[in-house]
Design a protein around this ligand. Structure first.
Ligand code: KG4
Ligand code: ZN
Length: 338
């Protein structure tokens, strides 16, 4: 079964063609970095307009890369439940139009749930229960996945998501947008132990996260220098990254131990971070917990994860009508203890 996946949550226009949930025939992403870089962050209104301009072009590229035509598609899946509302709405309008014109089923999925499935694209036979850390700019959740479609949120950020903290600290350090990947490249040249930044909530009794105080600690340190030129930027970047990685890894592995899960998946944009991968592998190995990451092109927003999840949802009988609505924030799983 050949599914077209459409993802327009934030500033990436992603469209993919995936067969039977796992064979990725094409995965095209049009980035809007050029549009937003001069503002230092994503401007929602501009993001939506760029999606409108890009969506048909990206669709053509995806079909070309897959050597497929529109008539060969069996269904269309789209993120309709999480992101910047106007951006999500562009993807939903495109998906509805295609499903209507092609007379194929429409499948609406949740962006964060699609990130969870990005880890299963190339590893479909993972053993449940698994613990998944979904960490990006717009979300930072720790989730127990008991089976396909069965989730419980066991931890979440109380303020900023880790990717958001990366982006804000990068901006304070005068680094160009998008901050996360630029900061992590710079961190490779610095000393991760140069500055003992706080590890927020590391020893708390729950599995929640908080990165806002850490971001403020970096800001206070930067302000203690006479000018940005005198700040040891690589050391600050490396020490900040080490603090974030330390907390993310420790709490995720603790969650896995508490829930007796032997597998951890790490998904979302921050999962592309090389130091995060390294520390997860080291500490996971020592505890006998396997830590798995999707390949980098499936970490940041993309259509393949939407098409892959769409296949599972279709098989579970979960298709949508043409009244499918775009939403900015919806829950897709119960929250532990609530
Ligand atoms: O999943 P994604 O594309 O969009 C959201 O759902 O938010 O993730 C983007 C986020 C941004 O905050 C970006 O700075 C962060 O992921 N990111 C990284 C790296 N690559 C992307 N953060 C740290 N290190 C990286 N290598
Ligand atoms: Zn995302």
């Amino acid at each position: 079964m050949r599914i077209l996946g459409i993802e327009t949550a934030c500033d990436d226009t992603g469209i993919a063609v995936v067969e039977d949930g796992h064979r990725v025939l094409a995965n095209v992403v049009a980035s809007q970095v050029g549009t937003h870089s001069r503002y230092g962050g994503v401007v929602p209104e501009l993001a939506a307009r760029r999606h409108v301009e890009n969506v048909l072009y990206v669709l053509d590229l995806a079909l070309e890369e897959a050597s497929a035509d529109l008539g060969s598609l069996d269904a269309v899946a789209v993120n309709c439940k999480h992101g910047l509302l106007r951006s999500v709405a562009v993807g939903v309008a495109a998906a509805k139009s295609l499903a209507y014109a092609l007379e194929v089923p429409l499948i609406g999925v949740h962006h964060v749930e699609a990130h969870l499935y990005s880890a299963l694209i190339e590893q479909p036979d993972l053993e449940f229960p698994l613990i998944s850390l979904a960490v990006a700019g717009g979300h930072n959740l720790l989730i127990e996945m008991a089976d396909h479609g069965r989730y419980e949120i066991i931890g979440r950020t109380l303020d900023d998501a880790a990717g958001e903290a990366f982006d804000k600290v990068a901006r304070r350090l005068g680094l160009p947008f998008p901050g996360g990947p630029v900061l992590s490249r710079l961190a490779a040249e610095g000393d991760p132990h140069a500055i003992p930044f706080p590890r927020p909530l590391l020893d708390s009794h729950d599995l929640n996260f908080s990165f806002s105080g850490l971001k403020t600690a970096v800001s206070v340190l930067i302000d203690s220098y006479p000018s940005l030129d005198s700040v040891p930027v690589a050391d600050v970047a490396a020490s900040f990254q080490e603090a974030v990685v330390d907390v993310l890894v420790a709490k995720t592995l603790r969650g896995a131990q508490e829930r007796r899960a032997r597998t951890v998946t790490v998904v979302g944009g921050v999962a592309a971070n090389a130091r995060l991968r390294e520390v997860f592998n080291e500490r996971g190995h020592a505890l006998g917990i396997e830590c798995l990451f999707p390949k980098r092109e499936y970490c940041t927003d993309n259509g393949a994860m939407v098409a892959s999840l769409g296949w599972y949802r279709y098989r579970a009988g979960d298709t949508a009508g043409l009244d499918l609505d775009a939403r900015a924030r919806t829950h897709f799983a119960p929250i532990a203890g609530e």
